[in-house]
Write a protein that binds this ligand. Sequence first.
Ligand SMILES: Cc1nc(NNC(=O)[C@H](CC2CCCC2)CN(O)CO)c(F)c(N2CCN3CCOC[C@@H]3C2)n1
Ligand code: NI
Length: 186
Amino acid sequence: MITMDDIIREGHPSLKKVAKEVMFPLTEEQKQKAEEMLQFLKNSQDAEISEKYQLRGGVGLAAPQIDWLERVIAVHVPNVENPDEPLFSAVMMNPKILSHSVEETCLSEGEGCLSVDREVPGYVVRHSRISLEYTDLNGETQKARLRKYPAIVVQHEIDHLNGIMFYDHINAKEPWKVADDVNIMS
Ligand SMILES: Cc1nc(NNC(=O)[C@H](CC2CCCC2)CN(O)CO)c(F)c(N2CCN3CCOC[C@@H]3C2)n1
Ligand code: NI
């Protein structure tokens, strides 16, 4: 199972690299690693397991964070109302944003990262809505249209595939200043 020991931190060169396209058919090892990424997120959201293994909470994870430089992300966004049924859960290979809204959004508390052991304050402005295409674990092409929270998480993860960290988006001079048409999400 993936634990915090497997997650590389700021300063590790792999976090700045561009991950490679995944080739199909997947090897058993690639499939297993991808599934372990999703399982890590579920474990990190389980009070007992996260306590037992000292996991930091996560709703997304990108392969470069476990020093795997291929274009694989896992997303597991819980539905606050009904924790049993996630809002959005997927393992995506070669995710590609096909189009996005002009409208932008950001989380009101800013963002964090499992590979960043420090607080970096400030709004991280992202597209409010995205249409994306990806290949799933069975090698099938999928399309998804995401908005709000799931859209933010997927954009954070795709950034990791391109060596981009959330704080690269923060306005260094005025971290909590955004244009008035940016939708601040609580
Ligand atoms: C928003 C949030 N970010 C958490 N952590 N950071 C992450 O997921 C990083 C990725 C997210 C940072 C902002 C957008 C994407 C990981 N990243 O670095 C991957 O690249 C959380 F843990 C979290 N939640 C809310 C839901 N809760 C359900 C019960 O279990 C605890 C869980 C906590 N919400
Ligand atoms: Ni991150």
